[in-house]
Write a protein that binds this ligand. Structure first.
Ligand SMILES: [Zn+2]
Length: 433
C-alpha cells in the first residue's frame, strides 16, 4: 500500500516541478536522441571505413575493432540518461564552434557536440568529430571565452588525431602491457565495465605520453583561439580555474542543518543519528602523506601546462583583464547550477544528491526546489534500503578519501532505520505539494 502512495506521489513530480521557478531540462527527449543516434551510426561507419584505408594490415584491423567496440558501448550509453539533447547548451556550443571556424579553415564542417549530464568540469573529443562537453564546465568557468578556450583545446586534440594515435600506441604496446590494461579495466570499472568508461578516463594513457599530447593540444588550441574574437588570455584563465577545481573542497555541512531539516512533526530528531563510526584505531598518518601526494599530483599537471604555454607564447604573461560574462552565459551557468541535482539523480547518485540538497538548504538557496529533490532522492534511498541495495546509491564511509563533513553525512544516512527513512520520504514529498 505504501508503495502505491509513493508511486502516486512520484507521478505528480513532473507537474510539481513546473510550479517552481526553475524547470529542469527535458533530457528524455526521445526524438532528438534517436535522431542523434542515427546520425552517429552513419558517422561511425564512415569513420571506420576511413580508418581501414589509412591503416593497413593487422594493426588496422585491430584499430577498427577497438573503435567498433567503443561505438557499440557508446550507443548503449546514449540510450541512458547520461546526455542532454538539443538544449541551450548545445546551441551555445555550436555557436562557439562556428565562431572558432570563421578564421580557422582547417576545422571541418561536420562536427557534433554532445552535452553530458556530468557535474565535473571536463570535455573530451572522440576522434570521429564528436565532442562531449560536461555541463559542469558551465558551472565552474566564468564566461564564454573560457568555454571557447576549452573547445579550442579539444579541437587541437581532434586536428592532431590524438585519439587514433593513442589507440595505435596501445595496440603496439607489448603483451604484458596489454594484460595490464585489461586488468585496470576490470578493477576500475566493475560497475560499468565498458569501453566507453575506459575511453572517457583515458586509463590507458600514461605519464609522459599524455603530458606531450596535452601540451600539443594546448599550443594548437591556443593558436586557434588567437584567430577568434575571444580573449586570448582566457586560455590561461580557464586552465587556472580547472587547476583550482582539483584542490577545491566542498563546503562543510553544519550539525545544525541536520537538526533543522530532520526534525519533522511525526518524528523527533535523535542525537544518535549523528553518531559516527569509531575510526580511532585507524592510522590516519599512514594515509595523510599519500593523500597530500595524490591531491598535488593532478594539480601540477595543469600548472605545468600553464607554465609551458607562457614560455611558448610570451603574450600570455600579460595581465589578465576581467571579462564580463554575457547574459546568455550567466543564464547557462545558472541552469548548470540547478541541473546539478537532476544530474546526480540521473546518474543514480542519490546519497550525494541529498548531501548537495542539504548544502543548498543550509544556505537557503531556493528551499522549495532543493526540498523537492531531497524528497525524490529519499524515495530512491527508501526503495534501495528496502531492497538491500543501498550500497549502490549511498557511499560507504571511507575516512582516507572523504571530508569529515561528508563522513558525518554518511554516518547519519546509514544510522537511519527503514521506518525513519520512510518518514522523511513522505514528509519531503508531501512538503513539495
Ligand atoms: Zn586534453
Amino acid at each position: 500500500m505504501l508503495k502505491k502512495t509513493f508511486q502516486l506521489l512520484f507521478l505528480t513530480f513532473a507537474a510539481l516541478v513546473q510550479a517552481q521557478n526553475y524547470t529542469p531540462l527535458d533530457t528524455l527527449d526521445k526524438s532528438n536522441r534517436d535522431a542523434f543516434i542515427i546520425k552517429y551510426k552513419l558517422r561511425s561507419e564512415k569513420f571506420d571505413k576511413e580508418i581501414r584505408t589509412k591503416t593497413s594490415g593487422k594493426t588496422g584491423k585491430e584499430l577498427e575493432q577497438i573503435y567498433r567496440e567503443f561505438q557499440k558501448d557508446f550507443i548503449k550509453e546514449l540510450g541512458k540518461n547520461s546526455f542532454s539533447f538539443n538544449t541551450e547548451f548545445n546551441n551555445n556550443l555550436n555557436t562557439i564552434i562556428n565562431e572558432i571556424r570563421k578564421n580557422n579553415s582547417n576545422i571541418p564542417e561536420d562536427l557534433q557536440v554532445l552535452v553530458a549530464r556530468d557535474n565535473s568540469p571536463n570535455a573530451y573529443c572522440m576522434g570521429d568529430g564528436t565532442f562531449v562537453v560536461n555541463m559542469g564546465l558551465y558551472y565552474l568557468l566564468e564566461n564564454e571565452d573560457q568555454i571557447a578556450s576549452v573547445m579550442c583545446h579539444e579541437l587541437g586534440h581532434y586536428l592532431l588525431e590524438h585519439t587514433t594515435k593513442s589507440q595505435l600506441r596501445r595496440i603496439n604496446q607489448n603483451e604484458q602491457d596489454k594484460s595490464k590494461v585489461k586488468e585496470i579495466k576490470r578493477q576500475r570499472y566493475n560497475r560499468s565495465a565498458n569501453a566507453f568508461s575506459l575511453f572517457k578516463e583515458k586509463a590507458y594513457e600514461t605519464g609522459e605520453y599524455k603530458r606531450k599530447a596535452e601540451l600539443q593540444a594546448d599550443s594548437l588550441g591556443y593558436k586557434l583561439l588567437k584567430e577568434t574574437k575571444y580573449k586570448k588570455l582566457s586560455f590561461i584563465n580557464a586552465l587556472e580555474l580547472l587547476a583550482k577545481y582539483d584542490t577545491l573542497k566542498s563546503k562543510d555541512l553544519k550539525v545544525e542543518a541536520y537538526k533543522k531539516y530532520f526534525s519533522i512533526p511525526d518524528q523527533a530528531f535523535k542525537e544518535s543519528w549523528l553518531k559516527k563510526e569509531d575510526f580511532s584505531s585507524y592510522d590516519y598518518s599512514l594515509y595523510k602523506e599519500k593523500l597530500d601526494k595524490d591531491s598535488l599530483k593532478s594539480h601540477p599537471e595543469i600548472v605545468d601546462r600553464v607554465r609551458r604555454l607562457k614560455e611558448l607564447f610570451p603574450e600570455l604573461s600579460e595581465k589578465t583583464v576581467e571579462i564580463k560574462p554575457t547574459d546568455s552565459f550567466n543564464e547557462l551557468s545558472k541552469i548548470a547550477a540547478y541541473e546539478r541535482l537532476p544530474n546526480l539523480y540521473a546518474s543514480e547518485d542519490y546519497g550525494v544528491g541529498i548531501y548537495l540538497a542539504l548544502l543548498n538548504l543550509e544556505r537557503e538557496n531556493d528551499p522549495d526546489y532543493y526540498k523537492q529533490w531531497m524528497g525524490k532522492c529519499f524515495y530512491k534511498i527508501y526503495e534501495a534500503r528496502k531492497n538491500y541495495t543501498l550500497n549502490r546509491y549511498l557511499d560507504r564511509i571511507d575516512p582516507k578519501n572523504q571530508s569529515d563533513s561528508y563522513q558525518q553525512f554518511l554516518s547519519f544516512m546509514w544510522n537511519l532505520s527503514l521506518e525513519e527513512i520512510k518518514n522523511f520520504t513522505e514528509f519531503y514529498n508531501n512538503k513539495s505539494s
